[in-house]
Design a protein. Structure first.
Length: 521
């Protein structure tokens, strides 16, 4: 039996076909791993040389000016050779291919006067006949590039096969670059949009006097502005010293009510006796000492914003009266008969979890749900540490100007302060910086200079808090009738249990705690 063997040219054709398939499979494998343009381009020029013998393959692309073209990717070329490969439109074979946007094949580079040999010198190439192929790449929007390579004439492979594989790769390169450009433009547009949004939010924070650009702060400001046009009640909750009044004012300033009054009611300072005269107002002769008519705080806030600061400190009896005002929508001055319509937006704030107070029975659930239509939580300083250096700079500038000093902190000192606990939040930081500005003995403080201030910070902070509370409550001393001796006796009777002590004195636990602070207990 006679077996016919395939002709040698058939074996050669089969070999080259397998090489082409291997090249395309490897290139598409890299493409499938993601749009990693540099890696795909390097893989193409590498495999053209290694698998198909199209040596010194290179991809030529326009520079940013669009007037000059240079070798951007190559295999088998040194860095110096790539740097020499720069061309103008119409310059040499490369420039002509770019100008005419057509394939150019140079059969013998030694016999073509237009071939420059700029990138690779002739002495660096084999002595035999060398061809050069320049295949155009359509980059979209009228832009053009080239996929070029050297080809040895003695290879047992049809030049038409090389042209076909170069066409396929040039088309792939063009499509990938067009796609990559579209992705980059979209990403850039998104980055610009985000930058504009962040800038707008940062500008908003600056406009409201809020210092910081951390995500948590920008989020709060964004939420404030989102609800500013409504009249729904807002509840601000956060630790003491987080700036609740500042954010309440920001909400007012960003709303259509900005040109109307912003009235703050310090619920901590309200007593059973002072509540009605302060909030409702009174007519002349309404009670002994009422020599003139007085407009109450609710009436003063007409068409504006009324801010109930530390609303969680109100007694249950006062909570009922606040609830009645909200539900009725009007007040009547003491000694008067005319109902005064209240159309102010109510913003409340509490450094305590009102929901927990509701569960404990010290805050009315119906008032809670009236006030917390839009609840917003303010982050504590430890949750926005990236803002601390900015806050330090703000307070240094403010207090240096106020006290006519020029004090600054080293970078290491700022870093140390950034890592502090700050239980008193921004108020505590502000107090510390003011004290540093007033007492610093050197113009630039290092860590060793700052440590004495830090060691005293905790005790000084709480002492200042006690003084602040005493100052606020001093005008209402008549409502704080319990003496220090009575408080001590009551605490002893109930073995230090604050809840039982407060109940025996007819106070809430919070009211008892503030009285203990006033008396330094």
């Amino acid at each position: 039996m006679t077996v016919s063997l395939p002709a040698s040219n058939d074996l050669s054709s089969e070999f080259w076909r397998s090489q082409e398939i291997l090249l395309l499979r490897n290139v598409m494998g890299v493409v499938g791993e993601g749009l990693q343009l540099n890696r795909v381009m390097h893989e193409i020029v590498h495999l053209l040389s290694e698998l198909l013998g199209l040596n010194r393959a290179r991809i030529i692309l326009p520079d940013s000016s669009g007037e000059t073209y240079s070798i951007r990717y190559a295999y088998g070329l040194t860095r110096e050779e790539m740097d020499r490969g720069r061309y103008q439109i119409g310059e040499g074979i490369t420039g002509m291919a770019l100008k005419n946007r057509q394939l150019i094949i140079v059969q013998d580079i030694d016999n073509d006067s237009l071939f420059l040999g700029r990138a690779v010198k002739r002495e660096s190439l084999p002595k035999e006949k060398v061809s050069f192929i320049a295949m155009p790449i359509n980059l979209g929007n009228g832009e053009i590039g080239l996929l070029a390579c050297h080809r040895l004439r003695h290879r047992n492979r049809q030049i038409s096969d090389d042209i076909n594989i170069l066409k396929i790769l040039a088309s792939l390169i063009g499509q990938l670059m067009i796609l990559n450009k579209a992705v980059e433009e979209k990403s850039l547009a998104l980055e610009e949009h985000n930058a504009l949004l962040e800038h707008a939010l940062e500008s908003a924070t600056a406009r409201y006097g809020i210092v910081g650009k951390s995500p948590s702060i920008l989020s709060v400001v964004s939420n404030l502005e989102r609800v500013s046009a409504t009249s729904s009640p807002v509840l601000l909750q956060g630790d003491s010293g987080t700036g609740k009044e500042l954010f309440a004012r920001a909400l007012h300033l960003s709303s259509p009510r900005r040109d109307n009054p912003f009235v703050r009611i310090n619920c901590l300072a309200l007593s059973e006796n002072s509540f009605a005269p302060e909030l409702f107002g009174y007519e002349r002769g309404a009670f002994a000492g009422a020599r003139d008519r007085r407009i109450g705080l609710f009436e003063q806030s007409q068409a504006g914003t009324i801010f109930l600061d530390e609303v969680g400190e109100l007694s249950l009896a006062l909570q009922i009266q606040i609830l009645r005002i909200i539900e009725d929508g009007y007040v009547v001055r003491l000694g008067g008969t005319v109902k005064k319509r209240i159309e102010a937006r109510i913003v409340s704030a509490s450094s305590h979890d009102l929901k927990s107070l509701v569960e404990k029975g010290s805050f009315r659930y119906d008032l809670y749900y009236r006030l917390s239509v839009i609840p917003l939580r303010l982050p504590c300083l430890c949750e926005r540490r990236e803002d601390i250096p900015m806050l330090i700079g703000h307070f240094l500038s403010h207090f240096n100007q106020q006290h006519e000093r020029s004090i600054s902190l080293s970078r290491k000192t700022v870093n140390l302060l950034t890592e502090e606990a700050w239980p008193g939040n921004i108020r505590q930081l502000s107090n510390l910086i003011e004290r540093i500005v007033l007492l610093a003995k050197v113009p630039v403080l290092n860590i060793k200079d700052i440590r004495p201030f830090l060691s005293e910070m905790g005790e000084r902070y709480y002492a200042e808090e006690r003084k602040s509370v005493a100052k606020v409550l001093r005008p209402y001393a008549s409502s704080i009738s319990h003496s220090k001796a009575e408080l001590v006796y009551a605490l002893q009777q109930h073995k230090g249990n604050k809840t039982a002590t407060a109940q025996s004195l007819g106070l809430t636990v919070r009211q008892l705690s503030y009285r203990l602070k006033i008396h330094d207990l």
